[in-house]
Ligand binder design. Sequence first.
Ligand SMILES: Nc1ncnc2c1ncn2[C@@H]1O[C@H](COP(=O)(O)OP(=O)(O)O)[C@@H](O)[C@H]1O
Ligand code: SF4
Ligand SMILES: [Mg+2]
Length: 329
Amino acid sequence: MLELRSVSRRFGSRPDLAARIAIALGAAKPPPVVHALDKVSLSIEKGEVLGLVGESGCGKSTLGRIAAGILPPSDGQVLWKGEDRSGLHGKRLRDADLQAQMIFQNPMAALNPRMTVEGLVSEAPKIHGMMAGDKGTYVDDYLRKAGFDPAMKRRLPHQFSGGQRARVNIARALAVQPDFLVCDESVAALDVSIQAQILNLFMDLRAQLDLTYLFVSHDLGVVEHISDRVAIMYLGRIVEEAPVAEVFARPNHPYTQQLLAEVPRIRPGKRRFAAMKGELPSPLAPPPGCHFHPRCPFAHDRCRHEVPERREIAPGHSSACHLNDQQAA
Ligand SMILES: Nc1ncnc2c1ncn2[C@@H]1O[C@H](COP(=O)(O)OP(=O)(O)O)[C@@H](O)[C@H]1O
Ligand code: SF4
Ligand SMILES: [Mg+2]
């Protein structure tokens, strides 16, 4: 479905003319550049759910936006169904844009408050001429798929609870008939009981509509139940990737091990809330070598200057940590 090959994304604030002159004259420093993604390689098979986990600011949304085709990479290749996305034009680009949809974090911010639910869901399909036949039936169908009662479609988004708005947001994405959804913290703002309902909805839709997901969350506990595979990110790099059960049974990367220790487990006697040591360093000045070394209990000399490559340590399980070399040797 999708493959990222060594994708990087940098963000820099663009200086105005006066600032550019000052920089050229050496009177000012160039503005800092954020390396939001650093040579990320990742693939998502058709029908699979890939969970993407990491602390806030590590680059998850940037990766999600690139995967959905909303944001171009600074370097590297994005292959959409086997074709380089940067080479798509006209109808093929339009199709790729519609087939990959993103469901954002905050349903209220994503929805125009002056449009009715019906207007919101029909907006994009109308523009793209997808609503053959009865337009009302088309909207009702997608609202029902998302578990929203079509009888309330003439109301405005603020008249609904967070959970209902999340359903409108989902109906709106589904209405352009995508086959790939990027869910970016899609349940983070909801109460725990509602979170479970929306996660179940995503899973039902996957089976019903043959969907593929990139499921982004800062919470490993949220992706655990819905993902087939999990990729763990730290400061713009994927540090570990494995089938979900493998990540929980045999976490390899010290960062993954610490994340797991933070997932609250409701099992008597096994409740652990070990806090992560230290703060997430600034992505403006990531530590050299292994980005995780200032917080890693196993850090050694090599970690401070050499970037660990991500390598397969078991079938389908890869990790980027120098300790794996020592164990192999
Ligand atoms: N449009 C942008 N302009 C400048 N910096 C950005 C932009 N988008 C993201 N960033 C920066 O890139 C880094 C990664 O951000 P993001 O992908 O949103 O992380 P996450 O979703 O994991 O919280 C952060 O340091 C963030 O400030
Ligand atoms: S490479 Fe070194 S610092 Fe990085 S996770 Fe492994 S042991 Fe820790
Ligand atoms: Mg984000």
